[in-house]
Design a protein around this ligand. Structure first.
Ligand code: S3P
Length: 169
């Protein structure tokens, strides 16, 4: 197997971990949101505004399928990628799915400091409530990942375990 799909809530560390991991493995790093923005020549919030969430999910799925032909790469997915249609199943067929199960309090802390615009998170509602609701809804999908990492940061052991798993699969 020559691809890793990193899954988890917004700010769970998918991009940070993906860059770190791909560097250690000598693989490419792909950020699904960036791939969409580059090719569609529009920002994620712009796509949400123009097409709504369903329109965004269809585009997201199209670019997820593009990654299936890539070789040796770590893909950082959007927080909602695993929840749409059969994305979870297709990622599992094409790569090793890894769920970053970062603590909700840590996610909340990171989101409070983040300057990235996230269309699904509203400024008017409690961040705590929004994160726990998203978590409730998405956990059943994320939990189908082959690997679940229960720490807030990646470690050397995380890398070694994935490296070993990839050589078996
Ligand atoms: C989304 C998360 C975002 C981005 C889009 C939708 C979500 O990515 O794909 O705004 O549904 O949780 P991050 O998880 O990188 O923030």
């Amino acid at each position: 197997m020559d691809k890793i799909y990193l899954l988890g809530l917004p700010a769970s560390g998918k991009s940070h971990t993906g860059k770190w991991l791909s560097h250690k493995m000598g693989w490419d790093f792909v950020d699904l949101d960036e791939l969409i923005e580059k090719n569609e020549k529009k920002s994620i919030p712009q796509i949400f505004e123009e097409l709504g969430e369903e329109g965004f999910r269809k585009i997201e799925q199209k670019y997820l399928h593009v990654t299936f032909s890539y070789k040796q790469c770590v893909v950082s997915c959007g927080g909602g990628t695993p929840v749409w249609d059969n994305n979870m199943e297709n990622m599992s067929i094409n790569g090793l799915t890894v769920y970053l199960n970062t603590e909700l309090a840590e996610i909340e802390r990171r989101l409070e400091e983040s300057h990235i615009e996230r269309p699904l998170l509203s400024q008017d509602k409690s961040l705590h409530k929004q994160i726990s609701d998203l978590n409730e809804k998405r956990r059943p999908y994320y939990s189908r990942a082959k690997v679940i990492w229960n720490r807030n940061e990646p470690t050397e052991q995380f890398f070694r375990s994935l490296d070993r798993l990839l050589s078996i699969y």
